[in-house]
Design a protein around this ligand. Structure first.
Ligand SMILES: [Zn+2]
Length: 309
């Protein structure tokens, strides 16, 4: 759809992206990941796209504030902002293609049934136990009357490997993961893969809490005949207790930091400094080298951002 045209056999220009969930204000951990995604894309001549992942937990007004904050720290993006809630036909089409190829089945399990089911032989820890994989038509009809079905992928592997710019080769679990939940909402893994393919995204930079999702997504991309993007899973910002940064960790949003006298420009400088880059965005872009990025999380003490200005 937005695939860049190639002239005279030149390599088409790919794209990177940032894909926030509009569930509230972005905190400095989210903003740092967005900055890195922008640096990865712009330093490699890629377009940078903005996609709002609003299928779930969207809060009214949050998208507007998030986009404003991303612009305030100096990021720009190409084309229109894309929203997942406007892309249902693309997801339906992908699930339809997988179903036509015999690669889906209905699942009627509750969360509790999955937890309590005996694991299938050889099934890796944490994998869906396959309860509904081989039901007869009669069994399906009976269970379908009890509760709405989710749609699962009929995976033909249990593990898949991806290559990550920062982590190298990473192999991880692929199970019969959910494509569409039983409330009808498209699952994250399916939406991400379909959107990245449709938008011509060939570079995915995001927090390393999502590294374990990459094998499932890369495997699914292959089933949908989509290009597997280059991955870079970047370290998160943690609080001193080692947990992912959250609003309760003090002044960690642009709004709260502004109230404490720290400007958006200063936040940009602090975030760039935290990855060893010069404090101005143009200088950071010129100096950016993915392999020089820190591999460890940035542990942020309460008040650290407001005391270092
Ligand atoms: Zn099931």
């Amino acid at each position: 759809m937005e695939a860049a045209a190639s002239l005279d056999g030149m390599t088409p220009r790919g794209a990177g992206r940032f894909a926030p969930s509009p569930s509230g204000e972005l905190h400095v951990g989210n903003l740092r990941t967005a900055l890195l995604a922008w640096l990865f894309a712009r330093s490699t001549g890629r377009r940078f796209l903005m996609r709002v992942e609003d299928l779930d937990r969207a809060r009214a007004g949050a998208e507007e504030v998030q986009l404003r904050d991303l612009a305030a720290i100096g990021l720009d993006w190409d084309g229109e902002v894309v929203r997942q809630t406007e892309r249902g036909a693309l997801y339906d089409d992908a699930i339809g293609r997988l179903t036509d190829a015999g690669l889906t089945y209905e699942c009627y399990c509750t969360r509790r049934e999955i937890q309590e089911a005996p694991s299938a032989p050889h099934a890796p820890q944490g994998a869906y136990p396959g309860t509904c994989r081989d039901l007869t038509e009669d069994q399906r009809a009976r269970r379908r009357a009890e509760r709405p079905a989710a749609v699962r992928l009929r995976a033909e592997v249990t593990e898949w490997a991806v290559t990550d710019v920062l982590h190298g080769r990473y192999a991880g679990l692929v199970d019969d993961f959910v494509l569409r939940r039983n409330d009808g909402v498209v699952a994250y893994n399916l939406a991400v893969v379909v959107d990245d393919a449709a938008q011509g995204i060939d570079q995915v930079v995001r927090g390393d809490d999502l590294l374990s999702s990459a094998p499932r997504q890369a495997y699914l991309a292959g089933l949908l005949a989509a290009q597997v993007p280059e991955y870079a899973h970047v370290p998160l910002v943690l609080n001193p207790a080692g947990r992912r940064l959250a609003k309760r960790d003090g002044a960690v949003t642009l709004g709260a930091l502004a109230a404490a006298g720290v400007s958006a420009e200063q936040v940009t400088g602090l975030l760039l400094a935290s990855v060893g880059l010069p404090a101005s965005l143009p200088e950071a872009l010129a100096a950016f080298t993915p392999h020089a990025l820190p591999r460890d999380p940035w542990v942020l003490a309460p008040g650290e951002l407001t005391s270092r200005r």
